[in-house]
Write a protein that binds this ligand. Structure first.
Ligand SMILES: Nc1ncnc2c1ncn2[C@@H]1O[C@H](COP(=O)(O)OP(=O)(O)OP(=O)(O)O)[C@@H](O)[C@H]1O
Length: 296
């Protein structure tokens, strides 16, 4: 642990993170992954299905499933109060204090994360009570201001999730995630289930909040169109490894790796059409597309 100021140290540093099943440690689902996230900046982790994006994000939250293990590596989080610490070494109890309060996560499908029998106001308020001890009027006012911040009328606080549209539900999830003003927001394909117009609105909302709250954002996507919209930095993953990383400009305008070039060929054009030619895996030593289990 050190007391370095966060102006010097990045908000988050993943250093040589390796994840594998506990019963087969030699099967590296995430292999030697290192990257950093700065406060107020978005790092997009991009790659096809199964490339290890979600496992990487879950390892930051300390939420890997029981069967998996972070074998090696460090997850260095720069917290105002404690300085830089390796949060992969913390106990579950210590992690619970960080989750929601300092690092928050939003998922792809809000309906599976929201409780259908509790009002959205109650659900947004839960972490405010748990982490900040807010109650009564103070709680109600904070919930109302969070709803306003994400573009939902505070009069909807007593609505249940199934009374809202998909886009509104995702806005509720965002309100829940930013409630305690986390320093880092992890978003795992938060707009994939939404139509294009709503997707654009949600991306803009996240981007605005990131700037306003000076949050770092780890944004997982398989879509380079989304990367073009919101990334500052880009990490490209394939089969659990980083094949390319750089600023958005570097990666989008001058991709170096054949896999990045192939993914970029799948970006929709102005009319939303995609070039659906299959990815060319000729650069792989075994060059067998079946072996990747890949699907865009
Ligand atoms: N509990 C688990 N046990 C064994 N293997 C797992 C487990 N969870 C994930 N995996 C495997 O780890 C690899 C990476 O999974 P991960 O969910 O990180 O991929 P992803 O890039 O996020 O894909 P998607 O975009 O489809 O969510 C996949 O091959 C997946 O099958």
């Amino acid at each position: 642990m050190s007391n370095s100021k966060d102006t010097v140290q990045p908000l988050l540093q993943l250093q040589h993170v390796t994840i594998s099943p506990k019963n087969t440690p030699s099967r590296l689902l995430v292999n030697d992954v290192s990257f950093t996230i700065e406060a107020g900046k978005t790092t997009c982790v991009v790659g096809e299905s199964g490339s290890g994006k979600s496992l990487t994000a879950l390892s930051v939250m300390g939420l890997l499933s029981q069967q998996l293990k972070l074998n090696t590596g460090k997850v260095l989080f720069n917290d105002h109060e404690t300085g830089v610490q390796d949060i992969s070494l913390l106990s579950e109890k210590a992690l619970q204090k960080i989750r929601g309060a300092k690092i928050a996560m939003i998922f792809q499908e809000p309906m599976t994360s929201l409780n259908p029998v509790l009002t959205i106001g109650y659900q947004i308020g839960e972490s405010l009570t748990t982490h900040l001890g807010l109650k009564n009027h103070a709680l109600k006012n904070k919930v109302a201001s969070l709803l306003e911040m994400v573009g939902i009328s505070p009069s909807r606080a007593d609505s249940y999730p199934d009374e809202l549209s998909g886009g509104q539900r995702q806005r509720v999830m965002i309100a829940m995630s930013i409630a305690c003003e986390p320093r880092l927001l992890i978003a795992d394909e938060p707009t994939t289930a939404l139509d294009v117009t709503v997707q654009a609105q949600i991306l803009k909302l996240l981007d605005d909040l990131k700037t306003r709250m000076n949050m770092g954002m780890l944004f997982i996507t398989h879509d380079f169109g989304v990367v073009a919209d919101i990334a500052d930095n880009v990490v490209v993953m394939f089969r659990g490894e980083i094949v390319e990383a750089g600023t958005k400009q570097q990666v989008l305008n001058n991709p170096q790796h054949p896999y990045t070039k192939a993914l970029l060929a799948c970006v929709p054009d102005a009319e939303g059409k995609k070039d659906l030619k299959p990815i060319d895996y000729a650069w792989l030593p075994d060059s067998n597309p079946q072996a990747t289990g890949a699907a865009i």
